[in-house]
Design a protein around this ligand. Sequence first.
Ligand code: CP
Length: 306
Amino acid sequence: MALSTPHLLGLNGVPKEDIQLILDTATTFREVLDRPIKKVPTLQGKTIVNLFYESSTRTRISFELAQKRLSADIVNFSKGTSSVSKGESFKDTVKNIEAMKVDMIVVRHSSAGVPHYLTRISNANIINAGDGLHEHPTQALLDMYSIREKLNSLEGLRICIIGDIAHSRVALSNIYGLKTMGATVNVCGPATMIPKELERLGVKIYNNVDKAIAEHDVINVLRIQLEREAGISIPSLREYHNYFGITAERIERNNKDILILHPGPINRGVELSSEVADGPYQVILNQVTNGVAIRMAVLYLLGTAN
Ligand code: CP
């Protein structure tokens, strides 16, 4: 079995069979992560560059661990310590890295479309690790995997993405992927944080978080992205927490069967209370563990295809 594409740029338009194959392959790799020796020789001889132009904890470490678990040779690029600080262009940087014979590039960049651009200037397999406000496909895949792990199937589930939808690449990838897999996806948040165009994707908009919790099986709670000027969309973080913050009291009043996801990093006391962030309804650290298995699956499927 092989994916229908040599790159993973986003989940928009990715067929159900591809998503199913990635999730099923990740199940095999998830088992590898529980072994005493967490390593397989699958990508021996492949060279992968992690091209991170934007900060990251989870995605970067997760990709690096996934590559090491698959026995690939890896190189990490950081904008701050590279010749970008001497004025070298993005294209020249990539061309020089590629001249050193790399097979795959994992890229995170603050500009939407950079992974697509890379496919035009490079012969490597390209994996999008988050591009601007566009997509973050491996995050959505690990979210789907974590939901499926707990609730067995995605088909027919009702999932609400809550929070700063306007500044979120995670939201868009989740909407595309989950809808392809047969789930109903809605969003909830302040009107200033929800682009109206989302309704064109068949997504219903909730402004009342209690109703959103009551009417869904899963909530995926997003971070208020203060570094992307989300702060100007709300009067204050305290007011946001009062109206949209997920608290134990809200969960217990509205839906004790809910499953709670958060992609991280968390603003504790803003989108989630600490009680919820560490409590029994959430699977936040399972998401992080599953992220390594998902990235192993994506790297393996793209790296071993002809
Ligand atoms: N979820 C996520 O993308 O986290 P990082 O920004 O730490 O990679």
